[in-house]
Design a protein around this ligand. Structure first.
Ligand code: GLU
Length: 482
């Protein structure tokens, strides 16, 4: 196999869509799998769509996602410039060459003439009017400074064919293709031209991109042929859908990589999940590191059918990553979320992390889970009543009073030790363990739901604060029963 060179060619729109990131990831995985080179090229010829700072979003996204390009605007590999707007002269030079080779021609048609070509349906194909201009006529118009575009000269007969690595044999009748504009009147190339010139000059031999280009690729191949260049291999990727009918798009929200990060998704989990949008490894494994993805990635595993972006599944996968974290890692990585929650400045993040690791799937769930720690004060003692557990208010008071007698002498204030101590009390008195743990948990937190049971809460709060809260709750119950 020749040395593989793939590229990711985003347009700087200020936004990295999940679909773009998937294309980027596959191009990266394919290159790395074959010890090849992964190139980043910025396709900024559409100046109307240009957004300031958008290139930074691309760099930042790649870096956060753990996708490292070998060449790009910031890493010269000898095939630059890697930004299309800096290659304007190159396109013009090649377009002229193509005109000489008969693969393209100058077109001077006015807007009005083009509009008159319509058949009323809004669809109109250019009629090759300017193809019949003589070289002298063209020269005269150019010399006179008439505005022009350069169009591809697509044959009117025959069929253009190629084999796509995912979709197999593709054949498009030439008559179905337009003489697309290659160079616009502002001198800028269109995507249709620039992608071919750049891929050739950058020695890209595997073109990996979205399926929307599947049927225009024969046109691009005609350009390769007209130049006498070797065609690359193509891998077109199936679309990512929001549901059975709708393509995943910005319009429906929730498609931006950075928005998911802000929601507390881990980049490695997002990358892992999007790797599975359209591809699966032979053993159907789901949780894979970047290293494993590189090892397992294989064109045979790419599906032809669209895949549905299922956020619930991504969340589940994210939770699997969180479950593998140590409390230290969790505390570090979730720090911004912890800092913005009720535990900020009040609780030991490592202890909080221990409780949350099995209980949150994404970091944005942290705030709600620890909200009950914001304050502790008067709450409704009716909460202690529990029919199924046969807990009445007098029983709760009795149990808590017992706790208040025993707990001050417990030195090793840990979840495990406290569990043992309380378990013994329950056994001695012939009570169900829930008849002690439930009232105690309520007494310590005043909250109906908490991430963890009584002894975990006690460990988190520490001995002094636990005993203080226990006293307060006993007072509350006494008041209620008085
Ligand atoms: N700039 C194009 C896009 O963002 C790239 C398509 C391609 O990979 O050739 O859709």
């Amino acid at each position: 196999m020749e040395k593989v060179r793939t590229r990711f060619a985003p347009s700087p729109t200020g936004f990295m869509h999940i679909g773009n990131l998937r294309t980027c990831l596959y191009a990266y995985l394919f290159a790395k799998k074959h010890n090849g080179t992964f190139v980043l090229r910025i396709e900024d010829t559409d100046r109307e769509r240009y957004v300031d700072g958008a290139v930074d979003v691309i760099y930042r996204t790649l870096q956060t996602a753990g996708i490292t390009h070998d060449e790009g605007p910031d890493k010269d590999g000898g095939y630059g410039p890697y930004i299309q707007s800096e290659r304007k002269d190159i396109y013009m030079r090649y377009a002229r060459e193509l005109v000489e080779r008969g693969g393209a021609y100058y077109c001077f048609c006015t807007k009005e003439r083009l509009a008159s070509l319509g058949d009323g349906s809004g669809v109109h194909k250019y009629d090759k009017h300017c193809l019949s201009l003589s070289p002298q006529e063209v020269k005269a118009k150019l010399d006179a400074g008439e505005p022009f575009v350069i169009r591809q000269n697509v044959p009117t007969e025959g069929v253009s064919e190629y084999d796509d690595m995912v979709f197999g044999h593709i054949a498009v009748p030439n008559a179905d293709m337009e003489d697309n504009i290659l160079i616009k009147s502002d001198g800028m190339p269109t995507y249709n031209f620039a992608n071919v010139v750049d891929d050739h000059l950058m020695a890209i031999n595997y073109v990996i991109r979205g399926m929307e280009y599947l049927s225009s690729t024969p046109k691009y191949n005609l350009l390769y042929d007209a130049f006498g260049w070797e065609r690359p291999h193509y891998m077109h990727l199936p679309p990512i859908m929001k549901d059975a009918q709708r393509k995943l798009s910005k319009r429906y929200g929730d498609t931006n990589f950075e928005d998911f990060l802000a929601k507390g998704y881990l980049p490695e989990a997002i990358v892992n999940y999007i790797a599975l949008l359209g591809w699966s490894p032979k053993d159907n494994r789901e949780k894979m590191s970047m290293h494993e993805l590189v090892e397992l990635f294989d064109v045979d595993g790419i599906s032809k059918s669209p895949s549905i972006f299922d956020e619930a599944k991504m969340k589940w996968l994210n939770g699997e990553y969180i479950k593998c974290m140590t409390p230290r890692e969790f505390a570090d990585r979730a720090k911004p979320f912890l800092d913005a929650s009720a535990v900020a400045g009040k609780f030991d993040y490592l202890k909080v992390a221990k409780l949350l690791i099995p209980r949150v799937e994404i970091f944005s769930e942290i705030a709600d889970k620890v909200e009950f720690l914001r304050g502790f004060g008067k709450y409704d003692p009716a909460m202690f009543e529990h029919k199924k557990m046969k807990i009445t208010l007098p029983l709760a008071l009795e149990v808590l009073t017992q706790c208040a007698e025993v707990l001050p002498s417990v030195d090793e204030w840990t979840d495990e030790n406290l569990k043992a101590v309380l378990g013994e009390i329950a056994q001695k008195d012939g009570r169900k363990s829930g008849q002690i743990f439930l009232p105690l948990r309520l007494a310590l937190t005043g909250a109906a739901t908490t991430p963890g049971g009584a002894t975990e809460m006690a460990e988190l709060l520490g001995k002094e604060e636990s005993l203080r809260r226990l006293d307060f709750s006993i007072g509350l119950l006494k008041e209620a029963l008085a």
